[in-house]
Design a protein around this ligand. Structure first.
Ligand SMILES: NC(=O)c1ccc[n+]([C@@H]2O[C@H](COP(=O)([O-])OP(=O)(O)OC[C@H]3O[C@@H](n4cnc5c(N)ncnc54)[C@H](O)[C@@H]3O)[C@@H](O)[C@H]2O)c1
Length: 281
């Protein structure tokens, strides 16, 4: 069902495909989600990477097409995903400039890179969608934030949202929120893994084997996230629900508060946003 709607939208555009510049981790995660859910036909997805081993490996894994040059990519695609590191944007956009026209829709997944930077470097008035996905896309549980330039057609925006929705949720934001959101959904899996590691290490020191601890921690994270989603429950009310007066949890929380846990998280998230701003300069 989804397949046919999207197929129609894109093929009405130009009978062309989706192109990915960069065949790295994130491009692989997005493509696997799209192909695995049949949201878009694999034979109409093209990838170009400066490292041909990477594009060939992704071609083989996902059953998509790989092309040897940006020129070939533009010939085959009406939507181009920019899936290289922010540090490589300047060279990629300069290489793309001779081939672009105002009808190509760009979809960036890069941290810190603004839509105006992309159009300025390309020297065109191309429509641009700026996204911020996260690695849980790989298991179909991604959380992607996105915004668009004013000239992106509603139908195209819907289409791109559907591609990311194939492997998780999609939230539309204003561009001014796109740097800060990295600290919320995109870098944040790393904080969760750090917290999980610290809990595992402590569990092992206390005589619980790592595998058992990991499974208990994962189930606790999943259950806690589900509780946070219940109407009427808040982080504060849920903390209270766990904390028996005179009990164990309050003793643990005392340690977190003594070390200014919330201040540490705030400082870390602001450092993340600051780095996104630097990458965009
Ligand atoms: N990793 C994450 O958690 C995450 C989350 C959200 C967004 N992002 C963004 O996704 C983008 C890609 O990150 P990644 O983790 O997939 O990186 P990656 O290093 O795995 O992939 C980048 C790919 O770009 C290729 N490349 C470099 N220069 C190129 C060029 N000139 N032409 C074509 N290909 C070129 C590299 O060979 C590599 O395969 C970044 O901009 C990052 O900010 C990453």
């Amino acid at each position: 069902m989804v397949y046919s709607i999207i197929y129609k939208a894109v093929f009405e555009l130009e009978e062309k495909g989706l192109g990915f510049i960069g065949a790295g981790n994130m491009a692989g995660a997005i493509i696997n989600g799209i192909v695995g859910t049949k949201t878009f036909p694999a034979q109409k997805i093209y990838v170009y990477d400066i490292n041909t081993e990477k594009s060939e490996a992704l071609k083989k894994k996902a059953g998509i097409q790989s092309v040897p040059s940006l020129d070939e990519l533009v010939k085959n695609c009406s939507i181009l995903f920019l899936a290289v590191k922010p540090q490589n944007f300047s060279e990629v956009l300069a290489d793309l400039k001779p081939f672009v026209n105002d009808r190509i829709l760009f979809v960036s997944i890069a941290a810190g890179i603004s839509t105006s930077y992309i159009t300025r470097e390309l020297g065109c008035n191309c429509p641009v969608i700026r996204t911020m996905p996260n690695t849980p896309l790989l298991v179909g549980k991604g959380a992607t934030a996105m915004c668009k330039t004013a000239n992106v057609a509603d139908e195209d925006f819907q289409l791109v949202q559907s591609l990311f929705a194939a492997c998780g949720t999609v939230t539309v934001l204003d561009e001014k929120q796109m740097n800060a959101v990295i600290s919320v959904n995109s870098s944040s899996p790393a904080y969760v893994y750090l917290f999980a590691k610290a809990m595992m290490d402590s569990a092992v020191k206390q005589g619980i084997d790592a595998a058992t601890a990991l499974e208990l921690i994962c189930q606790t994270f999943e259950g806690s996230a589900e509780m946070l989603r219940q109407p009427g429950l808040t982080p504060e009310s849920l903390i209270k629900m766990v904390s028996s007066p005179g009990g164990t949890t309050l003793k643990a929380l005392d340690v977190f508060y003594a070390h200014h846990f919330e201040g540490i998280v705030d400082e870390a998230m602001k450092a993340c946003t600051k780095r996104a701003e630097e990458l965009g300069k």
